[in-house]
Ligand binder design. Sequence first.
Ligand code: CUA
Length: 348
Amino acid sequence: MQTSWIPFIPEGASTVSGKVDALYFYLSGVTVFFTLLISGVLTFFVIKYRRRMPFEIPRPIAGSHKLETIWSVIPFMIAMSMFAWGAQIYFQNARSPKNANEIFVVGKQWMWKIQHSTGQREINELHVPIGRKIKLIMTSEDTIHDFFIPAFRIKADVLPGRYTTQWFEATKPGTYHLFCAEYCGMNHSGMIGSVIVMQPTDFDNWLSGNSSQQSPAVAGQQLFQSLGCVSCHGANGEGGRGPELAGLFGRKVFLTNGQTLIADEGYIRESIENPQAKIVNGFNPIMPTFQGQVTPEQLIQIISFIKSLQGFKSAISNNDAGSCCESRAIDRGTTGRAAEFEIVQQEL
Ligand code: CUA
């Protein structure tokens, strides 16, 4: 695949790769500078102040506040510059943009199963367009894996029973390496693939040429019927004996134990697999567990369906609660109902 002009550094092909590289070169530069400075000065002093006469005794040094202040403050400032710069890039990477296209990733010994929100599936290949923000929602069927695209400078663990996310925006068409970066068993080294970055028009053609498959949301709707969720949550998630699901995603949820949370993928998953863990205020713990009855991919489909349900506009849709919690509620519901809901929330 493609190489960079610097040995051992993969080519940069995303909007963050330049920023990550700049920080990396800064860290390397500081390290090299001080290594040379200290070893140079050390060598110089060893030669200059060597013992020339037998029984020569050095002049004792009583200490210097000025010197000690300088060699404490300067390294502190350098260390804090690394922290601030690193934190800035970290937060930028950790928070997925709200308008990103979602792609689902399921890791399994030893392959990557990928599904686009329009339904196309891929194995060990990920097709993406340049210039669009892509959010990966990732989980594992078995053990811990790690989704790593060196050219994009992104890497995140993929865990069973949890959703992790990461995002990128590709900048250069081409084919890049995809690795599993967590030792996950015998064929870990074979858990590799390709990321194919295309021009947006080529990508749209590719997407429409593979559109025979059902979108996760539609598949999720069928599961919602066949698993009997409709009997308590309503055919369109309008609620009943169970809480309303329409417009749930990204909304604040009030629990019987007095706590509140923002409904994200992890919460919905927990509520399906372990419904007793968090009971919504005003409801009884009557839901049976669906653990073992739905596969990780089916869970993603059900979550996609719930995300697609239109409901009230969330009062906290513009919050900044982080990557896990951005709201899908922006274009949901009517303004009147939204205002009503906001008032209800304020009263609570
Ligand atoms: Cu999956 Cu290593």
